[in-house]
Design a binder for this molecule. Structure first.
Ligand code: COA
Ligand code: AMP
Length: 638
């Protein structure tokens, strides 16, 4: 291990390695079970085994009820801070319980029961968290869809999980505009084959939505009625292995993957991480500046902090522009945040606006201890800058929607390990990580390879994809038998530190948002004038990566390429959503290909990023690479 350390990490990791069952049995004691687990892991169940197969529990009970029952009802559960709406609100655990029970009663009136799916299409408002917890209370499976996705993306998800009900808000708020959600929801329902039975619409004061008679219902009016009646809805006893939620994430095609999360393993893993990775005590304020539409939001805006009895922040704003680059420092100071978790892109945005961190001086950050970064590679420049202005530990950690919690990190609660810039540090207990070469053999230290996790995956990680065990096997388990393939590449050093260098598939990370270039290519090729296309992720100083499209027009197309390019930009916005940040597309005479017809996207990316490249031996015509370079050079501002 690099440098001296008093960390208990080695000892704890070794204890897990020696007896994973005993390790997770001990961690499971942090959860209140209806029926505690006797069998910790059943290797014969599910695709690769199931955690806590004989236990029963309820996630809402652990996240809310038990804190109230333990006498902590007055403790703040959630702080809503919206510079965009100009609103701040605090909900105690007792109030949160009342709200969750009221919504659970409403959902039950609509016939929602254990196993039913409920889609939540909401901005960052407390009601979205109440909605997730109300589903969890009933054993209904929620599927939250990020507000920056367009109608078609929502429709795909409706068709895949077939919800009984949709919960939505009338609008979301972005700095430049009010995003009307209702037309997007109506559009999605029109496009989808599956029609939900009803929609509950939260009317926000910024923009009221017109309700479809018979299908749409005013959430606020129903809530008031139920609260006045003082109805009670108990937590439903669920198997630990029952699904808590489905979260769709980009796959290598336009069809997203429905990552399933169970109840029991998820709770055990998240509580362990709150204590030993994030080093948070119950009652402290933990802020994940993300969105509930992403896994970071599920795990660390909603479930992790609440299961642990901490206070979470629901922030509806941006790191810059709401109103300035001091927004994060204001929230930290005002609410006494102990740890912040965000994506490096947020810090790049702050650095761009306030390179010296001058705005920090206005705020009292005395209760702030640690910054955690994840969601994309934390480039050493950004990490160093954050360290210098904050004078506190800046901790990178690596994980995925699929795992639900950290794979590689620096366990602050066990005592910090020395930080190496560019590395998220070491494997967490639960993860036996290997860097494999193309033949599936372990790569030597320092040598790049595919990062794989030896099965079984730990509690909290996905047991399968929604109603699609086969896709789960094909996507993750077949490339390296006995392992889960992460689709990330990297290397491990002699101290066991991992370095994550990038994806091996077509996934790109745009401002910490995970997107599929394959999905974008499907949209580009749907344009009538496009013969073929390629989309690559190119380096971007702010967002890490942004998509860049190349199109070849069908022969005989006479219209100006500029018009077609503008239509294509619009098409991606309509089909995938503004979050794709798809703004660049170039018309080229042809695409570089191998002799067998494979588009050389990797080489195109190197050209676009200004990196050195060698024309692959298998290239059909090397001159095409010069053509691509010329088009990109011509587009660059002088
Ligand atoms: N609902 C509707 N639209 C949304 C949205 C939402 N929830 N979130 C983003 N969008 C829209 C934006 O308005 C923008 O639209 P535009 O093209 O009309 O301007 C587009 O999607 C791109 O948004 P974004 O990626 O947020 O870029 P930005 O330029 O507005 O802001 C950052 C850049 C860096 C400030 C911003 O990306 C950010 O705060 N990132 C933090 C990282 C993060 O939260 N990651 C999540 C995983 S941890
Ligand atoms: P998501 O599923 O949206 O969380 O995205 C997961 C992907 O983001 C990973 O597979 C990585 O490619 C990337 N990623 C997340 N965190 C990190 C990190 N700390 N360092 C490098 N890449 C990361």
């Amino acid at each position: 291990m690099a440098g001296p350390t008093n960390s208990r990490y080695r000892e704890i990791f070794a204890a897990w390695g020696a007896n994973a069952g005993a390790f997770w049995a001990e961690a499971a004691k942090a959860i209140d079970w209806f029926k505690p687990p006797r069998n910790i892991f059943d290797a014969g169940a599910g695709v690769f085994g199931r955690w806590f197969p004989d236990a029963t529990c309820n996630t809402c009970y652990n996240a809310v009820d038990r804190h109230v029952l333990a006498g902590h009802g007055a403790r703040t559960a959630l702080i809503y801070d919206s510079p965009l709406a100009g609103t701040k609100r605090k909900l105690s655990y007792a109030t949160l319980l009342d709200e969750v029970v009221a919504l659970a009663a409403i959902l039950r009136d609509f016939g929602v029961a254990k196993g039913d799916r409920v889609v939540i299409y909401m901005p960052m408002v407390p009601e979205a968290i109440v909605a997730m917890l109300a589903c969890a209370r009933l054993g209904a499976i929620h599927s939250v869809v990020f507000g920056g996705f367009a109608a078609r993306e929502l429709a795909t998800r409706l068709d895949d999980c077939r919800p009984k009900l949709v919960l939505a808000a009338s609008c979301g708020l972005e700095p430049s505009r009010i995003v009307a959600y209702k037309p997007l929801l109506d559009g999605a329902i029109a496009l989808a084959k599956h029609k939900p039975e009803a929609c509950l619409i939260l009317q926000r004061p910024e923009l009221a939505a017109e309700l479809v008679p018979g299908r749409d219902h005013d959430w606020g009016a129903l809530r008031d009625k139920v609260l006045a009646a003082g109805r009670m809805v108990d937590c439903v006893e669920l198997a630990a292995t029952d699904p808590l939620y489905i979260l769709y994430t980009s796959g290598t095609t336009g069809v997203p993957k429905g990552v399933v999360r169970d109840n029991g393993g998820h709770m055990v893993a998240l509580v362990w991480s709150m204590r030993y990775l994030y080093d948070i005590q119950p009652g402290e304020v933990f802020w994940a500046a993300s969105d509930i539409g992403w896994v970071v939001g599920h795990s660390y805006i909603v479930y992790g902090p609440l299961l642990h009895g901490a206070t979470t922040i629901v922030y509806e704003g941006k790191p810059v522009g709401t109103p300035d680059a001091g927004a994060f420092w204001r929230v930290i100071a005002e609410h006494g945040v102990a740890a912040l978790f965000t994506a490096p892109t947020a810090f790049r945005a702050i650095k761009k606006e306030d390179p010296k961190g001058a705005l920090l001086a206005q705020y009292d950050l005395s209760r702030f201890r640690i910054l955690f970064l994840a969601g994309e590679r934390a480039d050493p420049d950004t990490v160093r800058w954050a360290e210098s202005i904050l004078a506190r530990p800046v901790i990178d950690h690596w994980w995925q929607t699929e795992t639900g919690w950290c794979i590689v990190g620096n366990p602050m609660g066990l005592g910090p390990l020395p930080v190496k810039h560019g590395s998220p540090t070491v494997a967490m207990p639960g993860y036996d990580i290997a860097v494999l070469d193309e033949a599936g053999q372990p790569a030597a230290p320092g040598t790049m390879g595919s990062i794989a996790i030896k099965l079984p995956l730990p509690p909290g990680a996905l047991p399968t994809l929604w109603e699609n065990d086969q896709r789960f096997r094909d996507s993750y388990l077949t490339q390296f038998p006995g392992y889960y393939a992460t689709s990330d590449a990297g290397h491990v050093d002699e101290d066991g530190y991992l370095f994550i260098m990038g994806r091996t598939d077509d996934i790109i990370n745009v401002a910490g948002h995970r997107l599929s270039t394959g999905g974008m290519e499907e949209v580009l090729s749907s344009h009538g004038d496009v013969a073929e296309c390629a989309v690559i992720g190119i380096a971007d100083a702010l967002k890490g990566e942004v998509p860049c499209g190349f199109i070849v027009l069908k022969s005989g197309v006479e219209r100006p390429a500029r018009d077609i390019e503008a239509e294509i930009v619009q098409l991606v916005r309509e089909h995938i959503g503004p979050v794709a940040a798809f703004r660049q597309v170039f018309t080229v005479p042809r695409l570089p290909k191998t002799r067998s017809g494979k588009i050389l996207r990797g080489t195109m990316k190197k050209i676009a990023d200004g990196e050195s490249y060698a024309a692959p031996a298998t290239i059909d015509d090397p001159a095409v690479l010069d053509e691509i370079g010329a088009v990109l050079r011509a587009a660059k501002p002088a």
